[in-house]
Design a protein around this ligand. Structure first.
Ligand code: ADP
Length: 321
């Protein structure tokens, strides 16, 4: 058996049979209940080939259940699930080699070296040894190839977990919180690994609780709340739609709150210990007024982030029945 060729470029490019490649994932009105819990409650979404797709949401939102349904590990109660053009349930053995699922670090062969671990994975997938070397290199672990798995750092183990999902060159990769429990530097290093995968045209579906990371890496994100998709778009569009106002921070002591409120175009003023925060839809006009009143020295703009969108969507529903 030869490995499935990776998708090298996103979009509906011509496939081997000259037809357009089907989307990586198409979900239509998918439901899954556990007893009285609606874990997934009517999710419809499409992930095109080559997309880096983030699944966000608080614990219990249904992310894991949804990913397991896509991976073919769980059966949806209703709705249709299409992965790489086929149904993942009942388990489809021709689909499995086309999917890459990040190994839990607890499932490593700890007495082996990183290289031996990946060669074992390659043998399980019946791909050649060179594939193990490519996977090591793609996560920047070539130098640690001869290090025993239990001597790797946390960040290196996470890289190995990702490499394990890549060894058979799958078309679609699922990563479950790949940067959880990493220090900031290791997390940033892993971002580059993830960016490189995306650059190589891989389709990635990943879950994270790090909203800054999702904003930096994802083409699109779905924010799940209570089993449903509460928002689905690129981080930039979600931010722009949710927070059209600009916040201008004027260092404390430069002008009074009353002076700020009197400026035309200012919608609200809040006093923080170090600054007055002016919200406006007309930042140019308000900046000009601040310049005239107090000068622009030290004035900062606070831009909205995906975290603001997330907190609005998830916070507003906390405590809802
Ligand atoms: P997330 O990954 O977003 O934390 P999950 O998919 O794990 O969400 O869980 C969604 C909901 O389904 C939660 O209320 C959770 O308690 C429930 N749930 C998940 N798995 C099971 C299970 N095997 N049996 C019963 N309830 C479950």
């Amino acid at each position: 058996m030869s490995p499935t060729a990776p998708s090298t470029s996103p979009g509906n490019q011509a496939g081997p049979e000259d037809g357009p490649l089907p989307a990586a994932v198409v979900l239509d009105d998918v439901h899954k209940r556990y007893g009285g819990t609606r874990a997934v409650d009517g999710v419809s979404l499409t992930v095109p080939r080559g997309e880096f797709f983030g699944l966000l949401g608080p614990n219990g939102a249904g992310k894991t259940t949804l990913v397991e349904i896509m991976e073919g590990q769980r059966r949806a109660d209703s709705g249709t699930v299409t992965v790489l053009g086929t149904s993942p349930w009942p388990r489809d053995t021709s689909l499995l080699p086309r999917l890459g699922v990040q190994t839990q670090t607890s499932a490593f062969f700890v007495r082996l070296t990183a290289r031996e671990h990946l060669r074992t994975m390659a043998a399980l997938y019946r791909v050649d040894r060179a594939a193990a070397e490519r996977a090591l290199a793609s996560v920047g672990l070539t130098e640690q190839g001869d290090t025993r798995v239990d001597d790797l750092s946390g960040g290196q183990r996470q890289r190995l977990a990702i490499a394990s999902a890549l060894v058979h060159e799958p078309e679609l990769i699922f990563l479950d919180e790949p940067t959880a429990a990493l220090d900031p530097q290791a997390r940033r290093d892993l971002w580059q690994v993830l960016r490189d995968l995306k650059g190589a045209g891989r389709t990635i579906i990943y879950t994270t609780h790090h909203l800054d990371e999702a904003e930096a890496l994802c083409d699109r994100v779905a924010i799940m709340v209570d089993g449903s998709v509460a928002a689905l778009d690129s981080p930039a569009r979600l931010i722009a739609a949710a927070t059209p106002t600009t916040r201008l921070l004027v260092p404390a002591g430069r002008m009074t709150a009353d002076q700020a409120r009197a400026v035309e175009g200012v919608d609200s003023v809040t006093e923080e210990p170090d600054a007055l925060v002016l919200e406006t839809l007309e930042s140019g006009r308000v900046l000009a007024a601040i310049d005239a009143l107090a000068g622009l020295q030290g004035v900062r703009t606070r831009t909205a982030s995906l975290e603001d969108v997330y907190l609005t969507l998830t916070g507003a529903r906390t405590g809802a029945p």
